[in-house]
Design a protein around this ligand. Structure first.
Ligand SMILES: [Fe+2]
Length: 218
C-alpha cells in the first residue's frame, strides 16, 4: 500500500526443545504478573528485578540471530542501503500477561524498531490481541483519503496482528500499540525487544553513527 506503515510477521521456526526451555524460564515469572493489570514486563523493575536485556540469558539466546536476520530483511524492504547498516538489540525483556490482564497503549519512542516474539498460538476467542494504532498524521490522511473512508479493521486506524506460535513481529518503535484484555486459561508469554540501526558504511548524514565513535567523559 502506498505510504503504508511496514510491519512484518514471520514464523521463525525454532525447534520445540528451544521453545520448551524458554517456556520453562517464562513460567518462573508467572507469579510476578500481578496487580490490576495482571502483567509482568521485565524492564519495569518489578520487585527490584531488572530484566532489560533478557536475550543475554542462555535460554533466550536462540532468539538473537533470527531477530537480527529478520531485521535485516525489514530494512532491505524499505532501503537499498541495507548493507551499510548494523542492527543492535539495545534492550529486550520478557512479558507475561495472566488471565484478565492487558497492556495499555504505548510506544517505544527511544528506539528505531521494535520486535515481539510469541511462544504459543492464541487460545480461541481469548482476547490478548496485539493492536497497532495508525498515527493521526499518517500520510494517507493528507492525500485525499479521509479516515472515514478507510476500513477500520485492515487499513484503518486499528490494525490487529495475530500472535502465532514462533511468530516474530517487527514494527516501527514509534508506532502506538496495545494488547486487549486477555481472557485465556494459560499465561500469555512473549519477548519484546528494541532495535537501533547504526550506519557503519557510506554516508552518515541523518543516520546514527557507530557507538565506538561516540564521545563521553571518563
Ligand atoms: Fe510495546
Amino acid at each position: 500500500m502506498m505510504f503504508g506503515t511496514p510491519i512484518i510477521t514471520n514464523n521463525i521456526g525454532l525447534p520445540e526443545k528451544d521453545l520448551k526451555r524458554m517456556r520453562k524460564s517464562m513460567n518462573e515469572r508467572v507469579s510476578l504478573a500481578k496487580g490490576g493489570c495482571n502483567l509482568y514486563t521485565g524492564d519495569d523493575n518489578h520487585d527490584d528485578i531488572d530484566e532489560s536485556q533478557v536475550l543475554s540469558k542462555p535460554e533466550f539466546q536462540c532468539l538473537v540471530d533470527p531477530i537480527l536476520e529478520h531485521t535485516k530483511a525489514y530494512i532491505k524492504a524499505i532501503s537499498s542501503y541495507v548493507d551499510e547498516y548494523q542492527s543492535y538489540i539495545m534492550k529486550s525483556w520478557p512479558v507475561v500477561v495472566n488471565p484478565g490482564g492487558s497492556v495499555t497503549r504505548h510506544t517505544h519512542d527511544y528506539a528505531h524498531l521494535s520486535a515481539v516474539f510469541y511462544f504459543d498460538d492464541p487460545e480461541p476467542d481469548s482476547g490478548g490481541v496485539l493492536t497497532f494504532v495508525r498515527p493521526k498524521d499518517q500520510p494517507l490522511l493528507h492525500v485525499g483519503i479521509n479516515e472515514s473512508f478507510l476500513d477500520q479493521n485492515s487499513s484503518g486506524l486499528l490494525v490487529d496482528i495475530e500472535s502465532k506460535k514462533n511468530g516474530l513481529i517487527i514494527f516501527p518503535a514509534c508506532l502506538p500499540h496495545f494488547v486487549s484484555q486477555y481472557t485465556g486459561n494459560k499465561p500469555r508469554f512473549s519477548i519484546s525487544c528494541d532495535i537501533m540501526n547504526v550506519k557503519t558504511e557510506g554516508k552518515t548524514e541523518a543516520s546514527l553513527i557507530s557507538l565506538d565513535r561516540w564521545i563521553t567523559n571518563v
